[in-house]
Design a protein around this ligand. Structure first.
Ligand code: URA
Length: 434
């Protein structure tokens, strides 16, 4: 087999076999196939697309290129959850203990943030003492004992995807649905879950800007799951404004705790119940999504979900008393209010711009090795649909110094779209693909 022939085959619109895709993926991962051939292949895929069988083969080849986590020692159906990345998205902090309290074992690997989106591991590490690096045995033992562990992604998970994604990033080949779908799913499959619930974001703060694109990506990922024997469901959710009111690591932990206490924002609570309900159904603890939602609501109301969060944090060395006293979380020293410069109603909030603003305050990383400041970030005072007057506070910046953030303040203000008429808001959950 020669790489050049396979590139030509894809260029001409023919279907590649499982073995041909494994040859390309393995050869590239080992270094036998050079970057210039793999980028030509990626560009051919971008223009020609891939059949469902090809997409599944590429996914499996990438999933098998490195560590494959074996979760079989843990009893029960292990259901993973993945978000394609949003702003203010702290759902894992809520959904994971919530479904664990309902009897679905959660053995999850999460990532760190880069650019305008935050990462679950950074958020968890804002809790004093929390350790995200556990040995494999300790990770499995904790899930067997208390039903939940969330750790950082192993460095050798789907290395072929890591290499290909970096290549796509610099060859204008990221925007291909089969390549994105196989990239995401390869990591989920290597992480060992039996079933997967995906939260595919659509909107200004998301990778997929429209609901139609997000739905196509969701369908491709659900199809891969089905092809490789992992039941998969995808929720398409709105990212035309951030989720909840808080953006920034410790601020988001605080909002997650409030949600587990049953006093969180309505949008965040509702999305967590939807994601959790699909996990409970795939995990076999509920017969239907509606039944699962009621079951999960009872776990919030009884305090069991919050207790599970505390047990999880404590098991990983964190100070679980932050759940009773959030002032123990890292705090920024100053609060600077951002005032509206227009009157009317908030129509939408550019989540990507706001995520960048939070990053500039120090809550996120511009480059992979940047340090982050856990205490800083933003609290929104106004969200889409809210009336607003000129001079009224729309958001608060939590910062380390009282001045020097004028450009960020402008970015925050500019991310609010204010119009004269009350807007018609689209629902948070746009559709579900199963
Ligand atoms: N996220 C991924 O993990 N892979 C992609 O290709 C795009 C987004």
């Amino acid at each position: 087999m020669r790489a050049v022939d396979l590139i030509a085959k894809k260029r001409d619109g023919a279907e590649l076999s499982h073995d041909e895709l494994a040859f390309l993926t393995d050869g590239y991962c080992r270094g036998d196939i050079p970057d210039y051939q793999m980028s030509a292949f990626a560009m051919a895929v971008l223009f020609r697309g891939m059949t469902p069988a090809e997409t599944a083969s590429l996914t499996l080849a990438m999933a098998r290129s490195g560590d494959q986590v074996d979760l079989s020692p843990i009893p029960g159906i292990k259901v993973d959850k993945h978000s394609t990345g949003g702003v203010g998205d702290k759902t894992t902090l809520i959904v994971a203990p919530l479904v664990a309290a309902a009897g679905v074992p959660v053995a999850k690997m999460s990532g760190r943030g880069l650019g305008h989106t935050g990462g679950t591991i950074d958020k968890l590490e804002s809790i004093p003492g929390f350790r995200a690096e556990l040995q494999r045995e300790a990770f499995l033992a904790q899930v067997s004992e208390i039903g939940i562990s969330v750790i950082g992604q192993s460095g050798n998970l789907a290395p072929a995807d890591k290499k290909l994604y970096a290549l796509r990033d610099v060859t204008a080949t990221v925007e291909s649905i089969p390549l994105i779908a196989s990239s995401v799913m390869s990591k989920k499959i290597a992480a060992g879950a039996d079933a997967i619930v995906l939260d595919v974001k659509a909107g200004s703060g998301a990778f997929m800007k429209t609901a139609a694109e997000a739905e196509k990506l969701a369908q491709a990922m659900v199809r891969i799951g089905t092809e490789v024997g992992r039941q998969t469901a995808a929720i398409i959710s709105d990212m035309d404004q951030p989720l909840g009111y808080r953006i920034g690591n410790a601020l988001e932990v605080q909002e997650a705790i409030e949600t587990l206490q049953g006093i969180g924002p309505e949008d965040l609570t509702s999305l967590c119940l939807t994601l959790g309900a699909h996990m409970a159904v795939l995990g076999g603890v509920s017969a239907s999504v509606d039944e699962a939602k009621e079951f999960l609501k009872s776990k919030l109301a009884s305090g069991e979900a919050l207790e599970k969060f505390k047990a999880f944090v404590a098991a990983q060395g964190g100070d679980a008393t932050v759940a009773d006293d959030p002032t123990k979380l890292p705090q920024a020293f100053y609060e600077v209010e951002v005032a509206a410069d227009a009157q009317g109603y908030v129509a939408s909030i550019d989540a990507e711009r706001l995520g960048h603003a939070a990053m500039l305050l120090g809550a996120g990383r511009a480059a992979k090795d940047d340090a982050i400041d856990y205490g800083v970030g933003l609290t929104l005072r106004k969200k889409a649909g809210d009336p607003v007057k000129i001079g009224e506070t729309i958001a608060v910046m939590h910062v380390r110094t009282p001045s020097g953030f004028e450009d960020v303040m402008e970015k925050v203000r500019a991310s609010y779209v204010i119009q004269a008429e009350k807007p018609a808001l689209r629902p948070l959950v746009l559709s579900v693909v199963t």
